[in-house]
Design a protein around this ligand. Sequence first.
Ligand SMILES: CC(C)(COP(=O)(O)OP(=O)(O)OC[C@H]1O[C@@H](n2cnc3c(N)ncnc32)[C@H](O)[C@@H]1OP(=O)(O)O)[C@@H](O)C(=O)NCCC(=O)NCCS
Length: 156
Amino acid sequence: MQVRPFHPDDAPSLADLYVRSVRGIGLRHYLPEQVAAWAGLGPSAERLCALMEDGRMRWLAVGEGGGPLAFADLEPDGHIHFLYTAPEAVGRGAAAAVYARLEQQAREMGIAKLHAEASEAARRFFLKQGFTVTARRDFEVAGVPIHNYAVEKVLG
Ligand SMILES: CC(C)(COP(=O)(O)OP(=O)(O)OC[C@H]1O[C@@H](n2cnc3c(N)ncnc32)[C@H](O)[C@@H]1OP(=O)(O)O)[C@@H](O)C(=O)NCCC(=O)NCCS
């Protein structure tokens, strides 16, 4: 497994990975209607490309064949918007590999705190990475109640 920067050509496969990740992993922790609403938030390849080219940093973990296993971003204020692993790669360290690069970059940039809104699966992942949960967030997506957690990590 390697970690490399995002390239615009990656956008279609990452847009697909997002939806497969939500549908494949989300059902472990959320109801089908919640997963459907969440998957509906998935950006098109064009939208994802535009987001990834807006100045944030972004990385992919890729397997031996070069296909993406996981991806994540880092906004200049320390916010992590995306952290998604392909369902066939879950539990193999893909997110951890991308996150390690992300945290290293944040430290090099002098970012004082990382923060994210974490799903149930991501909450467990972020706790492993030394984050703390600061709040549970209850909200609606397309009229469907759902929740996640505000998490943060102060970088020493
Ligand atoms: C959260 C997510 C990115 C984790 O990806 P992953 O590639 O499976 O994570 P890793 O294999 O790198 O796991 C790293 C560590 O976190 C732990 N971990 C990850 N997900 C976990 C979970 N759901 N429950 C418990 N522990 C978990 C692993 O056990 C591992 O621990 P270890 O270092 O002791 O072995 C993945 O579950 C995912 O894509 N979920 C669906 C989309 C999502 O929720 N994205 C976040 C949006 S806020």
